[in-house]
Design a protein around this ligand. Structure first.
Ligand SMILES: OC[C@H]1O[C@H](O[C@H]2O[C@H](CO)[C@@H](O)[C@H](O)[C@H]2O)[C@H](O)[C@@H](O)[C@@H]1O
Length: 600
């Protein structure tokens, strides 16, 4: 399956990817960052999957989400008959369920199912047994239970279960797979039909609070649902994506684990949620942030586990061949130990935005900001790994320094506009100093553009954020100059690359990558802010057209082969859909671009 052949179902603790062939090829249980029990995505069926489809048929003829929900309908239609599989994960009760209901629509259709559970990312082959009218699949700490009304044929040698059955028009055949710790008694039975009604109602109800009513409603609503699905309900933490190691170039090595909560990605998400009227979710994330980053400011991480934990060691499950052979597969993420200067600015920006939007105040926020700002005053000159998490030498990335400016600017704003107490004059002087430094060392007057890092002539799509961040007034020629330079030098068929990659000079990684979708949306935002709305709209429409048939986007796009690349679905990309749609609607809650305090 291509990456865009998958759709997402989830229960806000974890999520599954369902292919157009009716196979669930990715599912980590019990939460996003647990071991996968279906890892076929990264190694084919032997690593675990659950196929449920008409016998002898490959891909479906159509699929869609039911209305504004995460209930997926996959349909196979042929002259002989029509059948639908309805997939969803009910809101988490005592144990996670994946429910699949086969609906006979027309005629008679021969169906088959094949359930291959492999715990720990395909490594652990469990035992199968029948217990209490259900199939039990057990190994080590994991147990899964399958409940269905048809006879199953466990293949004890191959350690998988198959079944063949026929559905006629009007038939409904429910399957429920439930996970539980192996030492606990078997879970209560789940009523598939009741769960279906409740799940539909839950998503529809959640989305009914959406305040966006612009022309891009369908794309915004699907993106909001996706972001909600990527949020870990117990803590408010958000995964960057529910997958690991979907390559940023076919067969390449840029394969990363995104099942963690990045401060940067989540900050953008907070903006999107607030734009759409989801203040409760935004508050939950703000409070997650304050818990996660409490501690020594020098120990601030760029990403945390879903509950705010800090240890995310990176390792390779070498038994997995990788998506279409892309090696290595990575679990964990070594970028968690990097120094990324921009994160401080993103935190300050996000907390100030929360104040501007009138989110319920949190007493700890300002104390934390004071401590972080103290640290930043001494640290902003240090080279860092940048927002792209380069694994090459640390540099003085211009975007990182701009974000240090943002940190000072938002602290001053909190004093000036929200009555917070702090050394505003000192911060004003710092803001001025950073501004001067960036304009002197990070700007190429010959080409009228900011550059990627001090001393480099390369460009960086992160510079597209300059207008939105308010670092310079919108009519400053350096702003349009930078936007046009990025467009000229980093675009491929209209899609924006993060920077020129491939040689290892910047990021220490050999081999290029696709166009980065979030950056492409940032170009649309920048054009809109510069008043070039038609260009912005045209680009936005092109980007929306790249979404798959159920409205989902990965991290990157291969503009040559027209394929999605990288982890999927990616919060960064969906956040960008919401933020750009709001920018195009000219929503007043889209702050920024308000000037250039602290420099010229
Ligand atoms: O390209 C190298 C880096 O790629 C990943 O980082 C990217 O994803 C993050 C999560 O969405 C995002 O915050 C960051 O800006 C992106 O560059 C990967 O996680 C890194 O380990 C890797 O070095």
């Amino acid at each position: 399956m291509r990456i865009e052949d998958y759709a997402l179902v989830g229960d806000m603790h974890t999520a599954a990817l369902v292919g157009r062939d009716g196979s669930v090829d990715w599912l980590c249980l019990p939460r996003f960052d647990s071991g996968a029990c279906f890892a076929a995505l990264l190694d084919g069926p032997r690593a675990g999957r659950w196929l449920l489809a008409p016998a002898g048929r490959e891909t479906c003829t159509g699929r869609r989400y039911r209305g504004d929900t995460l209930v997926l309908e996959t349909t196979w239609d042929s002259p002989d008959g029509c059948v639908r599989v309805v997939d969803f994960m009910p809101a988490r009760g005592e144990a996670p369920d994946l429910v699949r209901v086969v609906e006979g629509v027309r005629g008679r259709v021969e169906m088959r199912t094949e359930l291959t559970l492999r715990f720990d990312y395909g490594r652990v082959v469990p035992w199968l047994r029948h217990e209490g009218g259900r199939l039990a699949v057990v190994a080590g700490p994991d147990a899964a239970w399958l409940q269905c009304p048809i006879p199953l044929c466990p293949d004890k040698k191959a350690h998988r279960t198959t079944a063949a059955f026929t559905v006629s028009a009007g038939d409904r055949v429910p399957f429920v797979l439930t996970w539980r710790e192996s030492w606990l008694p078997r879970p209560d039975r789940t009523d598939a039909e009741e769960s279906l009604t409740a799940t539909e109602r839950m998503w529809t109800h959640w989305l009914s609070d959406c305040r966006y009513d612009g022309e891009y409603g369908e794309a915004v609503r699907r993106s909001l649902l996706t972001l909600k699905a990527l949020t870990y309900a117990p803590t408010g933490g958000l995964v960057a994506a529910p997958t690991t190691s979907l390559p940023e170039r076919p067969g390449g090595t840029r394969n990363w684990d995104y099942r963690y909560s990045w401060l940067r990605d989540a900050t953008f998400t907070l903006q999107a949620l607030m734009h759409a009227g989801y203040d409760d979710e935004a508050t939950a994330w703000r409070d997650w942030l304050l818990r996660a980053v409490a501690g020594e400011p020098a120990d601030l991480q760029t990403m945390y586990t879903l509950d705010g934990g800090r240890r995310i060691p990176e390792w390779n499950p070498d038994w997995l061949a990788g998506y279409e052979g892309a090696q290595p597969v990575r679990i964990g993420n070594a970028a968690s130990a990097q120094f990324q200067l921009d994160v401080y600015g993103e935190i300050m920006d996000c907390l100030e935005l929360a104040r501007d939007a009138g989110l319920r105040p949190n007493d700890d926020a300002w104390d934390l900001q004071l401590v972080l700002m103290d640290y930043l005053e001494g640290a902003w000159r240090k080279p860092d790994n940048g927002l792209w998490e380069t694994r090459g030498p640390r540099r003085d990335f211009v975007h990182s320094k701009v974000l240090a400016w943002v940190a000072a600017d938002r602290m001053i704003s909190a004093v000036e506009n929200h009555g917070r107490e702090g050394p505003a004059d000192r911060w004003r002087a710092l803001r001025e100093e950073i501004h001067r430094d960036v304009c002197a060392r990070g700007y190429d007057p010959g080409r009228n553009t900011f550059t990627q890092y001090y001393g480099s002539t390369g460009l960086d799509a992160a510079l597209l954020l300059i207008p939105r961040l308010g670092f310079l007034p919108l009519d400053d020629p350096r702003v349009a100059g930078t936007v046009d330079a990025v467009r000229r030098e980093l675009c491929e068929d209209g899609f924006v690359h993060r920077y020129r990659s491939g040689t290892g000079d910047v990021d220490g990684l050999i081999g290029g990558e696709g166009a980065f979708l979030a950056c492409s949306f940032w170009l649309a935002d920048a054009l809109a802010l510069l008043g070039r709305r038609e260009e912005a709209r045209e680009l936005f429409d092109r980007l929306l057209a790249v979404r798959n048939d159920v409205g989902l986007l990965a991290e990157e796009y291969d503009a040559v082969h027209h394929r999605q690349l990288g982890n999927f679905p990616q919060a960064y990309s969906h956040v960008s859909i919401v933020n750009t749609a709001v920018a195009l609607a000219g929503d007043s809650r889209t702050r920024r671009a308000r000037g250039h305090p602290g420099g010229s």
